[in-house]
Design a protein around this ligand. Sequence first.
Ligand SMILES: Cc1ncc(COP(=O)(O)O)c(C=O)c1O
Length: 286
Amino acid sequence: MTIYLNGEFMPIEQAKISVLDRGFIFGDGVYEVIPVYSRRPFRLAEHLARLQASLDAIRLQNPHDRARWTELVGRIVAGNPWEDQNVYLQITRGVARRDHAFPKGLKPTVFLMASELIPPSAETVKRGAAAIVLPDFRWTRCDIKSISLLGNCLLRTAAADQGCVEAILVRDGELTEASASNVFVVKSGTVLAPPKSHLILPGITYDVVLEILRDAAIPHEVRPVKESELRSADEVWVTSSSREVLPITTLDGKPVGPGRPGPVGAKVYALYQEYKARVMRAPAHA
Ligand SMILES: Cc1ncc(COP(=O)(O)O)c(C=O)c1O
């Protein structure tokens, strides 16, 4: 596997960083995961815009302009064997003596790697997956794509311990998101999505799904979703770059609706696949 670290491309085994890197000491950094299909990054401009928002929120200057990021992502994609990839990129504040306050003038650590992208199979999407519901005990800046993911990791592990793919989170009686995905709920034919706020990550897939709902004239509302609406939903889906649109068919062991993926989710999944195929056929600069 070819990775990029601070100006150089190399095999992952050769990559080394200092133990004083603030990413290692404090989790002081941000990241992005960009899906790549047929070696073409999906919604790269949107991922780079979200990266900029995360950097601004943690007061870290963007070390590269858009052209340089595009080049780096392109070289990582070219340097790895898979047609479909997840490109992971991470920027930390850099290396310094341990002190909580951000030191000035550090050189950020920039790291990119790739892995094979394997979306859920059509069978998994047809069958649906299990999730649990947990209190969202994370901090209140979940809009930042921070590398400090211990809360998300604890929640996802609690789900995995119960044989579930996701932990769906509620805070103050309302749905926020899941440990590594956004959540949509269908109630009486209307799709409900929690609005973007500091309590959820503004998912790139979330935006694609909202565009699909709008273009296909599927009734939907972006508004706070009560825990009771989540628990009595006809359909629940989780969305992310790697999970795409995945139906959740049990919550805490109880069936969602009839316990099978529903028609609205199936339609949105199909439209998502069509959208992806269309974008991948478009000219490279699109
Ligand atoms: C906490 C959280 N919410 C939502 C998402 C979905 O974001 P995206 O659609 O950009 O993958 C992710 C993705 O990893 C996530 O970690």
